[in-house]
Ligand binder design. Structure first.
Ligand code: NCD
Length: 321
C-alpha cells in the first residue's frame, strides 16, 4: 500500500490488517505516556483546503503519538487564499521533505491528482475529498463496529464483518462517508442498506454494493449498526426536502425509533452532529450511542494507516540500503 485514496482500494486482508494494527495501537492511548518512537524523524503534512476540526486534530494526534514531525497547513490565511493551487502547494511541501501528505480538499479527486501526477513523493492519505470519499472515516467506523458486534474476547481481531447489517441514513448524496463506508463494509462482508429520501440518493447508487430504501422504520429491526449522516447544509443550494421538521419526522432518529433496534444495536454518527435534525440529543447521549468512541478509535485507526504506509516503506528502504 503506497497511498490511501479510496476505501475501494483495500482488499479484505489489507483492511483487516489495518483494523488489527489499530487494535494494538489503541492500547497506546490508554497509557500515561501516549507515544511510540516508530515514525521519529519522519514528516507528516496535514494539508487542509476545507475546514475541519476533528479530522485534522485526529490525524495530528495520530502522527504525534508515533513521534512524527507534524506540519499543519490550512488553506485559510495561507497562499492558497492568494490563489496558489494544489500543484504549487504540493511542490512546496515536497521541497520541505514531506514523507506523508494527509489531504482534505473540496474537490472530488484532488488526492488522486496529488498522488498520480507525482507532485509529492510522499504517501498520500485522502482525508475527505468533496462529496467523493473519506476512507479513514470508513475504517474507524468498521473498527468501532467490529469491537461491538463481533463477540470475540480480542475485540474481533482477525475478523471481518461478515453478515452484519449496517444501515446508513440521510444525506447520502453529499456524503463521502457513505460512499467509503459502502465500499469498505462490502469488502468486509457486511450487508449495507442506505435509507434516504429519493432526492438525497446519488444518481448511479444502483451500481453501489448496497440495498436502498426510502423508509427508515422498516429497516430498524434488522439493523446491527445504524449510522446517521449529517445533513450537509453547506453543500445544498436547493430544496432537497420540504422542511427541517419534515426531514426529522421521516428520517431523524429519536428514542422511539432507537428502541426498535435489536438489543445489541449501536448508533453511530461521523460528526459534527446537527442535534435535533438527523439525531435527537437524547439518542446522541444514550448508552447505545458509540459516537464519542468513534472519535477515540479514529486516532488509533489513523495511527495504523500512517504506520503501515510509512513504517512499511522505511523498512523497505533499510532492506535495500
Ligand atoms: C465528515 C466529513 O467531513 O466528511 N466529518 C468528519 O470527517 N469529521 C462528515 C460530515 O461532515 O458530515
Amino acid at each position: 500500500m503506497k497511498h490511501l485514496l479510496s476505501a475501494g482500494d483495500l482488499d479484505r486482508d489489507e483492511a483487516v490488517r489495518i483494523l488489527d494494527t489499530a487494535e494494538e495501537l489503541l492500547g497506546v492511548a490508554q497509557r500515561p505516556i501516549k507515544k511510540l518512537p516508530t515514525l521519529r524523524g519522519r514528516t507528516v503534512v496535514n494539508l487542509f483546503f476545507e475546514d475541519s476540526t476533528r479530522t485534522r486534530i485526529s490525524f495530528e494526534a495520530a502522527a504525534k503519538r508515533l513521534s512524527a514531525d507534524v506540519i499543519n497547513f490550512s488553506a485559510k490565511g495561507s497562499s492558497a487564499s492568494k490563489g496558489e493551487g494544489l500543484k504549487d502547494t504540493a511542490l512546496t511541501l515536497q521541497a520541505m521533505g514531506a514523507d506523508a501528505v494527509v489531504v482534505r480538499h473540496g474537490a472530488s479527486g484532488a488526492p488522486h491528482r496529488l498522488a498520480h501526477e507525482a507532485w509529492t513523493k510522499g504517501a498520500v492519505v485522502n482525508a475527505g475529498d468533496g462529496t467523493h470519499e473519506h476512507p479513514t472515516q470508513a475504517l474507524l467506523d468498521a473498527f468501532t463496529m467490529r469491537r461491538h458486534l463481533t463477540d470475540d474476547s480480542a475485540n474481533g481481531t482477525g475478523a471481518d464483518l461478515a453478515g452484519k447489517r449496517v444501515t446508513i441514513v440521510g444525506d447520502v448524496l453529499h456524503s463521502r462517508v457513505a460512499r467509503s463506508n459502502a465500499l469498505l463494509l462490502h469488502t468486509l462482508g457486511a450487508h449495507v442498506t442506505l435509507v434516504a429520501p429519493p432526492t438525497l440518493l446519488p444518481v448511479g447508487v444502483d451500481t453501489w454494493p448496497v440495498k436502498t430504501s426510502y423508509d427508515l422504520d422498516e429497516t430498524l429491526e434488522g439493523t446491527d449498526a445504524l449510522m446517521m449522516l449529517r445533513v450537509q447544509g453547506e453543500r445544498m443550494n436547493d430544496a432537497y426536502f420540504p422542511s427541517a421538521r419534515e426531514y426529522s419526522r421521516r428520517y431523524g432518529l429519536d428514542v422511539a425509533r432507537m428502541n426498535r433496534l435489536p438489543d445489541h444495536g449501536i448508533v453511530m454518527h461521523p460528526g459534527p452532529m446537527n442535534r435535533g435534525m438527523e439525531i435527537s440529543a437524547d439518542v446522541a447521549d444514550s448508552g447505545r450511542s458509540v459516537i464519542v468512541e468513534q472519535v477515540t478509535n479514529g486516532v488509533a485507526v489513523r495511527m495504523a494507516v500512517l504506520y503501515l504506509l510509512l513504517g512499511g516503506s522505511q523498512n523497505q528502504n533499510e532492506g535495500t540500503a
